[in-house]
Design a binder for this molecule. Sequence first.
Ligand SMILES: CC(C)(COP(=O)(O)OP(=O)(O)OC[C@H]1O[C@@H](n2cnc3c(N)ncnc32)[C@H](O)[C@@H]1OP(=O)(O)O)[C@@H](O)C(=O)NCCC(=O)NCCS
Length: 272
Amino acid sequence: MRRVHLEPPGAADDPAVAAALDRLAPDPADTSDPAVAPDAPDGLGDALVDLSDLVVQAARAGATALVLEAEPAPTALDEAAAAQGFEVTRTTLQLRCPLPVPPERRGAVEAGPGPTFRAFQLGRDEGPWLDVNNRAFAWHPDQSNRTSDDLAALEAEPWFRTDGFLVHDGDDGRLDGFCWTKIHDRHDPPLGEIYVIGVDPARHGRGLGRALVLAGLDWLAGQGLADGMLYVEADNQPALHLYRSLGFVEHHRHRWWRRAIDRPHDPGPDPR
Ligand SMILES: CC(C)(COP(=O)(O)OP(=O)(O)OC[C@H]1O[C@@H](n2cnc3c(N)ncnc32)[C@H](O)[C@@H]1OP(=O)(O)O)[C@@H](O)C(=O)NCCC(=O)NCCS
């Protein structure tokens, strides 16, 4: 998947901009589900060599920046983007691991009676989940500020399963952590995703995150899946440390680059 977006997005509605975008990056392989996206032919790197048409049209339509997005993001595209003045603004990593997680990778969770988890309960857990999620992900570009409408839309997805959405109740009875899984059964081989995992920030560092990820991966393995998958921000050190210790390794990168657009030159009133 390769895309060029504009800031603000409405600038792309301008017909001249839309035509310039289409000339730059026609993308028949585009799909809304990156986990099943085929590795599209890398035409955008070549097309970036001449952005002048798009920049002129975008500036006329009031755009302030071009944003380039690619998954997977090969090194060649890094070089082409940098040569055109783009700077990297965000990188996420898709990690994968073999399932089930072997005993030597499980760590302290196996040493004693760990936390117990239960399935998400529709009609009861939405509010507590939104509270923990929005505090755990307050810094996150996509997962912050989730609303009850966002959650209701996800609950209506065909892949949604309450038994694959594990939650933990703290000693005070309040939900304080969760591991939400998603099965990509159209992918070959099928992938078992840790879709969202979060722990109440007041309870970080006590082993709950590790136990939750393991419980999610065990649930996925129990569904017959042999390949675990997740996305993580490339600078999320606590999560990366945890995932690598469980055997996750990088499969590919998803990357965004940005290039500001100067306002069109306004010569002002004719002095004569
Ligand atoms: C990632 C997260 C779930 C971990 O939960 P947690 O309960 O704090 O994790 P644990 O206490 O089980 O620690 C897991 C491992 O991470 C390590 N770790 C925890 N915080 C760390 C930090 N700030 N820096 C480096 N390592 C850290 C621990 O040392 C532990 O390693 P070990 O098992 O080898 O001892 C939690 O930080 C969180 O909710 N973060 C916000 C949401 C998020 O980033 N989710 C992941 C999105 S992909």
